[in-house]
Write a new protein. Structure first.
Length: 287
C-alpha cells in the first residue's frame, strides 16, 4: 500500500517529534553491545577456491550462474553478490571471499536518506526497493565498494550480499556457509566467531597471521577473516579507521537545524508519492 497525502505529512510530524529523542536513541541502539549480531568467519587457510559459494549465492538470490573460467581478481557487481579471488602470496596461493561486510554501524545505512538501507537486529544489512529513491549515496559511502546499481535495468535495484536474510528468518543458515565443503565459512554469533578466530590463531600461530580482520575495522563487521598472511597481501583495505564512519558525523548531526532532519522524510514522501502517481497512471491506462 502506498503512502497517502495524510500519511506523508504524518511522517514529517513523526520525524520532527523524534529529533530530540529518536535519533539519539536509535544511534545508541545501532552500536549497542547488547545487540547480539550474527556473522560469518572466513578461514583463508581452509578455503580451496572451489567457488561453490558463488554458485550457491547465485541460486539463492536468483542471479545468473557464475561463469566457470574467471580471472584471479574480480569485484562484485550487479550480477554477483560474492566472488572468490585468488592471491599469490608469500605463502603460496590463498583464496579469499569478498561480499558486503555487514558493518556493525554501516556507512551505507547512515548515508541513506530514505532508510532503504537497513541494519537488521540480527546483523545483516538489507535493502528495501520500495523506499529507495536511487540516489546511490550508499555506493559512495561504503568503504568496501559493495553496493552495486543495475544501470542497464528498466527497474534498477541495488545489489549486494544480504547474508541470506530471508533464510535467517526461517531458521536456516546463509547458503554459502551452509554448503561450504571445506568448513572455510562458519556462521554464528559474532562474539563467538571472534572467540573462535582467536582460538585458532593461538593454537596454531605458525599457520595464521595474528589478526582477525573485521573485528575492529570501521567499527567492526559481520564478516570476519583469518588468514595465513597479512591482509594487505589479500587485497583487503588495511588503512581503515577502527571507529565506525557514521560516528564521525554524530556530533554534527545533533547540532544541525530541524529542517535538515526532516529532509529524509520529505524525500521519502516525494518518492512514494511519485511511485503512487505512476501506479495510478498505469491503472487508468488499463481501464
Amino acid at each position: 500500500m502506498g503512502l497517502t497525502r495524510r500519511g506523508f505529512f504524518k511522517t514529517l510530524g513523526v520525524a520532527g517529534a523524534t529529533l530530540a529523542i529518536g535519533s539519539e536513541a536509535g544511534a545508541g541502539r545501532l552500536g549497542s553491545t547488547t545487540i547480539e549480531y550474527y556473522g560469518i568467519l572466513h578461514d583463508g587457510t581452509r578455503c580451496k577456491g572451489c567457488r561453490g559459494c558463488e554458485f550457491d549465492c547465485a541460486e539463492a538470490h536468483g542471479l545468473p550462474e557464475p561463469v566457470k573460467k574467471v580471472p584471479d581478481i574480480r569485484k562484485t557487481d550487479e550480477t554477483r553478490n560474492t566472488v572468490i579471488n585468488t592471491y599469490k602470496t608469500s605463502r603460496g596461493e590463498v583464496f579469499i571471499k569478498r561480499q558486503c561486510m555487514h558493518c556493525n554501524e554501516p556507512a551505507c545505512v547512515a548515508a541513506c536518506l530514505t532508510k532503504a538501507m537497513h541494519k537488521t537486529v540480527v546483523g545483516p544489512v538489507t535493502w528495501d526497493g520500495d523506499k529507495c529513491m536511487g540516489c546511490r549515496y550508499c555506493m559512495v559511502s561504503c568503504p568496501w565498494d559493495m553496493p552495486k546499481f543495475e544501470y542497464h535495468s528498466a527497474n534498477p535495484r541495488i545489489q549486494k550480499c544480504d547474508m541470506c536474510y530471508s533464510r535467517l528468518k526461517t531458521g536456516e543458515q546463509p547458503a554459502c556457509a551452509f554448503n561450504c565443503p571445506n568448513d572455510a565459512l562458519l556462521y554464528g554469533k559474532r562474539r563467538d566467531l571472534i572467540r573462535e578466530a582467536h582460538r585458532r590463531i593461538f593454537e596454531k600461530p605458525g599457520l595464521y597471521h595474528d589478526h582477525v580482520y573485521g573485528e575492529h575495522e570501521a567499527g567492526g563487521t559481520g564478516w570476519l577473516y583469518v588468514a595465513p598472511v597479512p591482509f594487505e597481501q589479500l587485497g583487503m583495505n588495511t588503512t581503515l579507521q577502527q571507529a565506525s564512519y557514521p560516528a564521525l558525523t554524530k556530533g554534527f548531526l545533533y547540532s544541525v537545524p530541524t529542517i535538515f532532519v526532516l529532509v529524509p522524510a520529505l524525500l521519502l514522501g516525494i518518492q512514494q508519492a511519485t511511485k503512487n502517481d505512476a501506479n495510478n497512471g498505469e491503472e487508468e491506462e488499463d481501464e
